[in-house]
Design a binder for this molecule. Structure first.
Ligand SMILES: [Fe+2]
Length: 439
């Protein structure tokens, strides 16, 4: 993720270190101008939001499962008299590409749509953001808007409804689209990609299977924690991150055990949204750096990678972020454990709690959740990540944009060390990490 370059990231790190006494950076950027509706029955309010945005003919983007579930009917049954769905598409692949975005932009134009409503997982929401670029800017050349800051003005009205509590895409300035022809992922970064309205309705996540619920929530937890310990941390993202960690820690196990727990579902959706706001402004670090490359090399889902790597990424940064990792014990374990743990032991205790959480989720999901890659297999018995994949994965990781935002720099050898520990599920050997032995 390349919002700034390496030297800007280093400046952030220096500013952060200089100002630790005040706990304030000398400079930071934060933006998240999104109206957020959260509750058990908020889909009904979408037509009212469309009216406020002076729209009455939305393009609706979703999945076939959502379309069959009746959730879209809730929106359409509440349309005002002059409103109608301009067009509906439920054929968005999990890894959306340039062709899909072009096709949907054409659908928008040929049906005289005036806004976009997207209800789905991360890919559907990212696709909606990218379609909004084309229908607002005109033309069909999406590539020229990739990177940071290419958009200069507000886009068409956009309402996003996440159906997984993980990516936080409804609160981020980011969209990722595949360029299949050139075998690369295109990153779009701009505050103009934020939706006008984000809708968090507990009903839309009720059918998410337990293992997927665990993975996506651990992805959101990782967004919050990497934002809280990262080089771009600031008071605004810290408060979002801290609350997100607390909501996830309190609810993740209950919701995975009881998928129909509506209050718990809403808590995870809100947490994912807040974690999205946090990392959209503070960025992510080594856990995402390595997670992206494992995903690219072995095609393991992002949430599984996050679950396995989270404790290791914290151990990797322990010598630079002991204080912050220790602070996270409060939202993760509660005030009793926090107050009974001596300050110098809190960081290790935080990591211990995350490992315990992963093991509990592994047991509840009968092994579908992961805490290492050695024992992780797909349903057909395939073992997607093997020891021999480690060198290529480590090499790939060094080209990931998020590598700049980790508090400690990462060498090839260190990436290999972390990946070896991720494979076995053992603790990180800190003697192999630069200054890792320092307390
Ligand atoms: Fe993530």
């Amino acid at each position: 993720m390349q919002k700034y370059n390496r030297s800007t990231a280093k400046t952030f790190e220096k500013c952060f270190r200089r100002s630790q006494i005040m706990n304030l950076p000398k400079y930071y950027e934060y933006s998240c101008n999104v109206k957020t509706l959260a509750g058990h029955n908020v889909l009904e309010q979408i037509p009212e939001e469309l009216k406020a945005l002076e729209s009455n003919r939305p393009l609706i983007l979703s999945s076939r499962t959502i379309s069959r579930s009746g959730l879209l009917d809730i929106i359409e049954n509440n349309y005002h008299e002059d409103m109608s769905t301009g067009a509906l598409d439920t054929d968005i692949p999990p890894d959306s590409c340039l062709n899909t975005v072009s096709r949907l932009a054409e659908l928008y134009r040929s049906n005289d749509c005036d806004s976009i409503v997207a209800i789905g997982g991360g890919s559907v929401l990212d696709t909606a953001k990218a379609v909004n670029i084309l229908v607002s800017e005109g033309g069909n050349d999406l590539i020229k808007y990739s990177g940071a800051g290419a958009l200069k003005k507000k886009l068409k009205p956009l309402i996003l409804i996440p159906t997984t509590s993980g990516t936080g895409s409804e609160a981020t300035i980011v969209s990722v689209i595949s360029d299949i022809e050139n075998q690369r992922k295109l990153l779009f970064l701009s505050p103009f990609l934020l939706p006008d309205v984000a809708v968090l309705d507990s009903r839309v996540t009720l059918s998410l299977p337990p293992a997927l619920t665990a993975q996506t929530a651990m992805d959101a937890m990782t967004h919050a924690i990497e934002a809280y310990i990262g080089t771009g941390k600031n008071p605004m993202s810290d408060s979002n991150a801290f609350e997100a960690v607390q909501l996830i820690a309190k609810n993740i196990v209950n919701v995975v055990k009881n998928p129909q727990d509506q209050d718990g579902r809403l808590a995870l959706a809100v947490a994912s949204n807040m974690a999205g706001m946090a990392f959209s402004n503070s960025m992510v670090g080594i856990i995402h750096t390595l997670g992206h490359s494992i995903g690219a090399v072995s095609h393991i889902s992002h949430g599984v990678c996050m679950s396995v790597l989270l404790p290791l990424g914290l151990e990797y940064n322990l010598h630079k972020r002991r204080k912050e990792i220790g602070e996270l014990l409060l939202p993760i374990a509660g005030d009793k454990v926090f107050s009974e743990t001596p300050e110098k032991e809190r960081a290790e205790k935080t990591i211990e709690y995350i490992r315990k959480m992963n093991k509990e989720l592994y047991e509840i999901t009968n092994g579908a959740h992961a805490y290492n890659f050695k024992d992780y297999t797909w349903k057909d018995g395939t073992k997607p990540f093997k020891v021999e994949d480690i060198p290529l994965t480590a090499q790939t990781a060094l080209n990931d944009g998020s590598v700049f935002y980790n508090p400690e720099e990462i060498s090839y050898e260190e990436a290999v060390t972390v990946l070896e520990a991720a494979y076995t599920g053992e603790k990180l050997d800190l003697s192999k990490i630069k200054k890792g032995h320092q307390r």
